[in-house]
Design a protein around this ligand. Structure first.
Ligand code: HEC
Length: 146
């Protein structure tokens, strides 16, 4: 092809390549179905859950609700669906354990969050949940696929 057209073509291809790269490196909305925590993280979370949460929410996460006392189940159909990982993280980190709110290190709360996602049927991925609130906020909680 003639030089000018070839040059124009090359510029277009480059522009497209950059546009693509830009889109993929920008923060994409995700859901909990996208492998947003690591298996190790959930494993640590399971241990912390056993120490700090199980008393009230039960070993199988089934909760201990009876009438108007007890704690709600943390594993159920549509658990927190429509919310996002940062909102759930904040709820846990600011108000749990119910008898000692905010008493755990942030990383323990994140590990427990990973465990809750695992137990609610969402897959592990290669990286742990991030500490960053904006990144957590970009992870939508959906109903697990039947
Ligand atoms: C002393 C008992 C107790 C302990 C320990 C406890 N919780 Fe709770 N939890 C409750 C009660 C009671 C509620 C309901 C009131 C509320 O939402 O604040 C609740 C609510 C929640 C909710 C909201 C659930 C919903 O459906 O709205 C989450 C999430 C949660 N707890 C997570 C945790 C985690 C994670 C831990 C461990 C770090 C923990 N809790 C430890 C008693 C407890």
């Amino acid at each position: 092809m003639p030089g000018r057209i070839r040059a124009t073509y090359a510029v277009c291809v480059l522009a497209l390549a950059f546009a693509y790269q830009d889109a993929s490196s920008a923060q994409q909305p995700k859901t909990v179905a996208d492998g947003v925590y690591s298996r190790d993280q959930a494993e640590r979370g399971k241990k912390a859950y056993g120490v700090f949460c199980e008393n009230c929410h039960a070993a199988d996460l089934g909760g201990t609700n009876s009438g108007d006392s007890g704690a709600p189940p943390l594993r159920r159909d549509g658990f927190m669906a429509g919310s996002n990982a940062n909102a759930l993280f904040s709820k846990i980190a600011e108000s749990m354990p119910f008898d000692a709110p905010g008493s755990l290190p942030k990383t323990d709360y994140l590990d427990i969050l990973a465990y809750l996602f695992q137990e609610n049927g969402f897959p592990a991925g290669s990286a742990p949940l991030p500490v960053d609130a904006a990144q957590l906020g970009a992870i939508r909680i959906i109903r697990v696929a039947p």
